[in-house]
Design a protein around this ligand. Structure first.
Ligand SMILES: [Zn+2]
Ligand SMILES: [Zn+2]
Length: 441
């Protein structure tokens, strides 16, 4: 162990942890990297928070850390663009820790109740140390509830709202005003609030001009069709689209087909991983009709729908329809059934998710540095056992944060805060003195 002798220090206050300056080498796994068209046995070399490259046989030096990945699949870190880690983030962080164990390296949380405080609340937790990358969608009702005009909301999303306008029209809290724009999108959620058409029009205007994701709660075909009519070519994303195939609002098969028929280049959709497994869904979520699952498989193999999400988390107060434990099994099942090649199945939660984030936010950093294992990518890596279909290692920004489904404390500070500007190492919200007079951050 790392005792004083090891550190060669006589004063325990000068204790130093062993250097992490050496490389992290993931040895001998089957590397599946869809973006770079790699599928083969390779070593992966990581220095700091970046992937340096792949090699047939990378020989470790004395300071290097080596992880044996023989028999395992090494894929880019799972990006789960729909994973509930809490509304307002004051409930517990267990959903997030669970996601880390299950191979999620980036979780974007679409809480219906998320207000403009949410980026500061989650940002403060991220600043204090979270094992995975996290980001947040604002609930649509809250996003429209202030005195800000559409133009000012666009400025907020783009990072250009001046502090005077913010203090007059957004909030009286400088922390909120400084961080409210750190969103990844806005969630329209008919399950929790029913917006008038004028409000939905405002959402389309704000999200299309400000370039942020417009996600909707998809369960009723009629509502999805209504949104499609109002969209007039502006983008929106059908959240958990498979939930339309549960029969909550009519015949499951026809409801799902109606939703699927809306998908085009502006209207994208995601499927819930739990609903693609043998049980057709979670007992604490929703189960789809077996014929809907066949239809969902066809939409995936036709590349009409390219994104999987967990819509987790089970065992959480604010939860969705699925569970991040089902992400890796769904990826392997799609491959073993021949619905998708393993490469294309992995892509649904890696390169496709990163590409979607870049497309909708206009920020190329997501496709350049996330969702692949090429040189210079952030070292977000998920290592899974294809036999038991479970995560073995989760690596976030070059740090191992989970091993055999145990979160490792030394990885607690690995996560960054994700918003349309990219991956923030610090949001500043965690450094503010709550009881003193605030200054602008
Ligand atoms: Zn929903
Ligand atoms: Zn959800």
């Amino acid at each position: 162990m790392y005792n004083r002798e090891f550190n060669n220090k006589s004063n325990p206050l000068e204790f130093e942890y062993p250097s992490e300056k050496g490389r992290l080498i993931l040895k001998g796994g089957r590397v599946v990297d869809p973006k770079n068209k790699v599928d083969g046995i390779f070593d992966v070399e990581v220095v700091g928070d970046r992937v340096v490259g792949l090699g047939a046989e990378i020989v470790p030096a004395s300071a290097d850390r080596t992880v044996d990945c023989t028999g395992l699949v090494v894929m880019p870190g799972i990006i789960d663009i729909h994973l509930h880690i809490g509304d307002l983030f004051d409930i517990s962080n267990n959903p997030l820790m669970k996601a880390a164990k299950e191979g999620v390296t980036t979780a974007l949380s679409p809480g219906a109740g998320n207000t403009f405080m949410s980026p500061s609340l989650l940002g403060a937790e991220s600043d204090r140390g979270l094992p995975i990358n996290t980001g947040v969608y604002i609930g649509a009702a809250a996003a429209l509830a202030t005195r800000l005009t559409n133009d000012e909301l666009v400025a907020l999303i783009e990072g250009g709202l001046d502090s005077e306008t913010a203090s007059l029209k957004l909030s009286g809290n400088t922390i909120t005003n400084s961080t409210a724009g750190n969103m990844i999108g806005i969630k329209e959620h008919k399950g929790h609030f029913i917006l008038p058409d004028e409000a939905i029009e405002r959402l389309f205007d704000i999200t299309s001009r400000g370039k942020t994701i417009f996600m909707t709660h998809t369960q009723q075909a009629e509502h999805a069709e209504h949104l499609a009519r109002l969209s007039k070519g502006r983008p929106f994303h059908l959240g958990h689209a498979t939930a339309a195939g549960c029969g909550s609002f009519g015949d499951a098969v026809s409801e799902f087909e109606r939703v699927l028929s809306l998908v085009d280049s502006n209207i994208t959709a995601e499927f819930v991983s739990s609903m693609l497994l043998e049980n057709y869904g979670r007992h604490d979520g929703l189960k789809i009709n077996p014929r809907v699952q066949e239809s969902a498989f066809k939409a995936l193999s036709d590349k009409k729908v390219k994104l999987l999400v967990s819509d987790g988390q089970s065992a959480a107060v604010m939860k969705g329809f699925g569970n991040s434990a089902d992400n890796i099994p769904a990826i392997f099942r799609l491959s073993s059934l021949g619905v998708l090649s393993l490469t294309d199945a992995v892509a649904t939660m890696t390169s496709e998710a990163a590409g979607f984030l870049s497309l909708r936010t206009g920020n190329e950093i997501f496709s350049e540095k996330f969702g692949h294992l090429g040189k210079g990518a952030y070292a977000n890596i998920t290592v899974a056992d294809p036999n038991v279909k479970r995560c073995v290692y989760t690596v976030v920004n070059g740090k191992i944060v989970s091993f055999d489904e145990n979160v490792i404390h030394s990885g607690f500070s690995a996560g960054r805060f994700i918003c349309k500007y990219g991956a923030l190492k610090k949001t500043g919200a965690g450094d503010i003195n709550l009881y003193g007079k605030h200054s602008e951050i």
